[in-house]
Ligand binder design. Sequence first.
Ligand SMILES: [Ca+2]
Ligand SMILES: [Ca+2]
Length: 212
Amino acid sequence: MNDTLKGRAPRWVALLGIAVIAIGAYMIAPAIGGGGKTLTAKKAKKLYLQIKKANNTFLPKIGKTTLSLAHNSWVADTSLTSSVTYGTSTALFTAAGIATDQFFSLPLTVPSPLAGQAQRLASVELCYNANPNQVLDRIFVDQVTGTTASPTPTGVVVADDDTDRTDNTCATVTPPAPVPLGEDNGTMILVRVDFLEAGSMSVGHATANLIK
Ligand SMILES: [Ca+2]
Ligand SMILES: [Ca+2]
């Protein structure tokens, strides 16, 4: 049985190849003026609808895009006393002594639109390693707007989580409604850290979850 199938396999492959070539030739022929077939408006419309249906299968209009954010884009608020340094995959927030309410921010540099589709920010996820002496005090998501008329960026908090975090895990912050990203709007993640003594805490993987 197996030998029979093996023996027939090349013939099936060959027939399939001939069929594909024949269909291709039939479809291409009108375009190059041969074959005596014409592509009528009705056929063109049917073909267009078939292609559109196939595209929708592969590129759904409702879907999620997850973008990783560069850990070395975190910046410390220069008006405060703490600082940020970078490892290979983490950013380290450090204070030389007791320092509460220290701010660090990460701009979300995402293309908008992405692949021709306007994007909205649905949520952000931030992985961190805090401890009882270096507390992740609060996580904010800001919408930042700048226009030609008002070029200095202004930020509005669109989501925040005031949980005091002293563990080593990942947190997701979700705005009540997706935040539109446009040519005048960007977003950023801000964290507030309480250093109860000199030391450091780190942040690692950060992601932005976008929807259309
Ligand atoms: Ca605080
Ligand atoms: Ca807090």
